[in-house]
Design a protein around this ligand. Structure first.
Ligand code: BTN
Length: 256
């Protein structure tokens, strides 16, 4: 099925009942020259992928599984900014469409009441000089029943329905996400815009100012999440007082 909305992002939407992963389909289309803004949407995924090689649970009829092709004018060093941009767009869209106080946990977790409600997986093709295309994959738990989650997942994950007590329209939320992405992706392409993105991200995050633990491969760092730098890297103040910059990892907010 093909459908579209007004901005360049989502002008063309390809809808599938089921796919292995919307990110894989979008990457294949981008490889064959599909334009910025093409969206791949599926009702379910057989092999939904999360960050760090994890599986993304993708049952039918309830959630959002969507990938957007982007072609930003960016250097490979700036790739984290694409994910931060997508997190900003999804957080604003979630707030507007559901009234929930969605927040971002660095780098890309969408959180409500300290539980994960969605995530973003950005995959890229690049040359040494530039990003050729990016596929931003967005997964949001909309109407999935929390009781369907395994016990260990229930502790850390939630859905829009679980938080509001009522089912929500996936279409309304998708529309808001695409409108916001259409607005915020323009900020990726120049210095002033990138500053604006970083300041909006800081406004929407729940991570800064908190004591956190970050696992990076086999290493683990604990400290105060002080800020992010101009590439979106997390700046951590370790207990030794030393500053540590981290480009990606698994972050837990610690109490106290
Ligand atoms: C995360 O681990 O937080 C990222 C999850 C990203 C899931 C989305 S669902 C749509 C797209 N297709 C995938 O296979 N993954 C992303």
């Amino acid at each position: 099925m093909k459908a579209g909305i007004e901005g360049d992002i989502g002008k063309e939407i390809l809808f599938y009942n089921t796919v292995n992963s919307t990110n894989t389909i979008a990457a294949e289309l981008a490889e064959r020259g599909a334009p910025e803004g093409l969206v791949v949407l599926a009702d379910s995924q057989q092999k939904g992928r999360g960050r760090l090689g994890r599986t993304w649970l993708s049952p039918p009829g309830v959630n959002i599984y969507m990938s957007i092709i982007l072609r930003p004018v960016l250097k490979p060093r700036d790739i984290t900014l694409i994910t931060l941009m997508a997190a900003i767009s999804c957080t604003i869209a979630l707030r507007r469409a559901t009234g929930l106080k969605a927040e971002i946990k660095w780098p890309n977790d969408l959180m409500v009441s300290n539980k994960k409600i969605g995530g973003i997986l950005t995959e890229l093709k690049m040359s040494p000089e530039r990003i050729i295309f990016a596929v931003t994959g967005i997964g949001i738990n909309v109407n999935v029943d929390i009781s369907e989650f395994a016990d260990e997942v229930k502790e850390i994950a939630t859905s829009v329905k679980n938080e509001t007590g009522i089912p929500h329209s996936r279409t309304v939320l998708i529309r808001e996400i695409l409108d916001e992405t259409d607005r915020w992706r323009r900020f990726l392409n120049n210095e002033e815009g990138r500053k604006r993105l970083l300041s909006e991200w800081q406004h929407l995050t729940s991570t800064l100012g908190k004591k956190v633990m970050v696992i990076v491969g086999k290493e683990r760092f604990t400290g105060l999440a002080e800020s992010i730098d101009d590439m979106g890297m997390l700046i951590l103040r370790l207990s030794s007082g030393e500053l540590k910059k981290i480009s990606s990892g698994d972050l837990t907010i610690l109490r106290g």
